[in-house]
Ligand binder design. Structure first.
Ligand code: AMP
Length: 142
């Protein structure tokens, strides 16, 4: 299965923020939208970084509540690993495992089109396995 196939069955919600916002802004959006990361983009929509709930926890653990007023630019991961729609789910799983992250932006023709989470991958794999099991049962049952 490819990223493109996975995206056909996924609600297309893309949430971004700029480097000059602060961590309080990030927390508000993550909580409201019930998501784990925001893509950090410039005014032309070009990806500059990614900021995840893990980055917030790390900053809070290291420096306490005062970090909430600090900027996204100070705490994001710059130049995140991305993928293209034609990559396979197995390739994405390998990238996530190697990079130890649970999110990956999807880029097509230099444009950000979606974000895939590890939850999306698990869901797609489960559906594929269930479809295979159904096909096998039908084959055996004649
Ligand atoms: P996550 O597991 O996705 O919540 O992120 C764990 C850490 O990896 C955080 O520091 C993120 O900023 C960073 N991160 C998340 N996604 C990516 C990515 N696609 N490429 C590089 N770093 C990432």
């Amino acid at each position: 299965m490819t990223v493109s196939t996975l995206l056909k069955n996924k609600e297309q919600n893309l949430f971004t923020i700029t480097q000059s916002h602060n961590l309080q802004d990030v927390c508000k959006i993550l909580a409201e939208k019930r998501i784990g990361v925001l893509l950090v983009c410039d005014k032309n929509g070009i990806i500059e970084g990614i900021i995840s709930e893990r980055d917030i926890v790390k900053a809070l653990g290291n420096s306490g509540n005062s970090v909430m007023a600090e900027t996204v630019g100070q705490h994001m991961t710059a130049n995140p690993v991305t993928c293209s729609p034609i990559e396979t789910i197995n390739q994405i799983m390998a990238k996530m495992t190697t990079g130890r992250f649970r999110h990956i932006p999807v880029v097509k023709d230099n444009k950000l089109i979606a974000v895939i989470s590890i939850g999306d991958i698990v869901k797609a794999r489960m559906e594929a396995m269930e479809a295979e099991a159904r096909a096998m049962q039908e084959y055996i049952g004649g």
